[in-house]
Write a protein that binds this ligand. Structure first.
Ligand code: GLU
Length: 289
């Protein structure tokens, strides 16, 4: 089921250019994550058994979404709220940063990567939906945002009401936002594997708007402040979950416990990556469906 009700102010007001520079102040990526736990046992989790046998964790992430999941090609450093959530889970499972292998996986390929056992879990702006739950499970939600619009500074588009048939909107293949546009709007769509390719299409006038979660768009707007802007109110609710192999209820329960009992760590991760605007964003309650 896709929900298209308005989200109000939740999470979106974090629209600060500062968000991207929040990692300053002397702390390196992941420093707010606790050290690896000792002697972890997860009786009955096949995913954890595989991690232990391998001696490491394979995590699916995004690598082109500043503030959320980003790889600095020059330094090799990964940063972002989602990446730190992934690090936190790995640490609580007993694994150090050196034991984490990151795999960048595009929106359209996430379920398959989990079903195939290519990754142990996925943390990357991954909305919990009923149709995805047919193939995989989700821990969380650990964050809530909503679909927004990124346009050029000189654009006439002010909100989703302007997504009429003469407008071309770009989004990622296999994402909830592109489906929402197809189902509920007259605008033309163009799609790529990643949102960063959509941003290039927008900058080259091949698209009139990029649509995805506002939390993602804020990062791109901050990268091109003279050129691009986020407009309008959010027009969906996107609840981010950790993608897990279907049926691994032990691992799902473990991560949900972590979110439920680890509010201070969640807050530290939020503050380090997205919190510089000073906007108060509440950690959502987990859904033990
Ligand atoms: N949260 C939305 C989704 O899961 C859009 C962002 C993304 O594609 O990662 O489809």
């Amino acid at each position: 089921m896709r929900r298209t009700r308005a989200l109000g102010g939740i999470a979106i007001a974090a629209a600060s250019i500062m968000a991207l520079t929040a990692c300053g102040g002397g702390s390196g990526p992941g420093e707010e994550v606790p050290p690896p736990a000792d002697d972890v046992t997860l009786e009955g989790s096949p995913t954890f058994d595989a991690m232990q046998a391998r001696g490491g964790v394979i995590v699916g992430v995004k690598d082109d979404q500043p503030g959320l999941g980003y790889l600095d090609a020059a330094t090799g450093e990964r940063t972002g709220f989602d990446v730190d959530i992934a690090r936190w889970i790995a640490a609580e499972l007993g694994f150090s940063e050196e034991q984490i292998t990151y795999e960048a996986i595009a929106s359209a390929n996430r379920e398959q990567a989990i079903v195939n056992g290519q990754i142990d879990y996925y943390v990357g702006t991954y909305s919990i939906t009923d149709s995805r739950k047919e193939q995989i499970d989700f821990a969380g939600p650990y964050f809530i945002t909503g679909q927004g619009l990124l346009v050029r500074q000189d654009s006439a588009i002010e909100s989703d009401a302007d997504l009429t048939s003469d407008v071309t909107v770009c989004s990622a293949t296999g994402s909830t936002p592109i489906q929402n546009i197809r189902d509920n709007y007259d605008a033309d769509t163009v799609e790529f594997d990643t949102y960063s390719l959509c941003v290039e299409a927008l900058r080259n006038n091949q698209a009139d708007a990029v649509t995805t979660d506002a939390a993602i768009l804020i990062g791109y707007a901050a990268a091109y402040p003279d050129e691009l802007q986020v407009v309008g109110e959010p027009f969906s609710v996107e609840e981010y979950g950790v993608g897990l192999p279907k049926g691994d209820d032990v691992l799902r329960g473990f991560i949900n416990d972590l979110f439920e009992n680890g509010g201070d760590t969640w807050q530290a991760i939020y503050d380090a990556n997205l919190g510089a605007s000073g906007t108060v964003v509440e950690q959502p309650a987990v859904d033990r469906y």
